[in-house]
Design a protein around this ligand. Sequence first.
Ligand code: AMP
Length: 112
Amino acid sequence: MATIFGRIIAREIPADIVYEDDLCLAFRDVNPQAPVHVLVIPKREIPRLADALPQDQALLGHLVLVANRVARELGVGEAYRLVVNNGAEAGQSVFHLHLHVLAGRPFRWPPG
Ligand code: AMP
C-alpha cells in the first residue's frame, strides 16, 4: 500500500470514514473544498483512472453508485458534483484512484 490512501485502508492513519464495504472506502477529505467533500476509493490500488482495465468495469460502476449512496445519505443526493482528477496536470496529487463527492455550495461551470 504505497500511498496515503493505502495507509488509510490499512488503518495505519485515521480518517473520518462514512462508508465501507469489501471493495471500497469513503471518507471525508481532510482539506474540504465544499461543505460536503468525501473521497470514494477502491480498496485495490489503481493509481489513476487511466490505469483502469476492462476487468475493472464493475468496480468502477460500484464506486459511482457508492458516491451516489454517500451523497444521498449525507443529505445532498439531489445536487452534488463528482470529480476525478487524472494525472498531475489535471490536479491529481494522490495516486490512488479516488472520486471526489462535492456538495453543499453552488458550483461554477466550467470548473477551474
Ligand atoms: P487529488 O488532488 O484529486 O489527488 O485529491 C487528493 C485529495 O486527498 C485532496 O483533496 C486532499 O485534500 C485529500 N487528502 C490528502 N490526504 C488526506 C487524508 N489523510 N485524509 C483525507 N483526505 C486527504
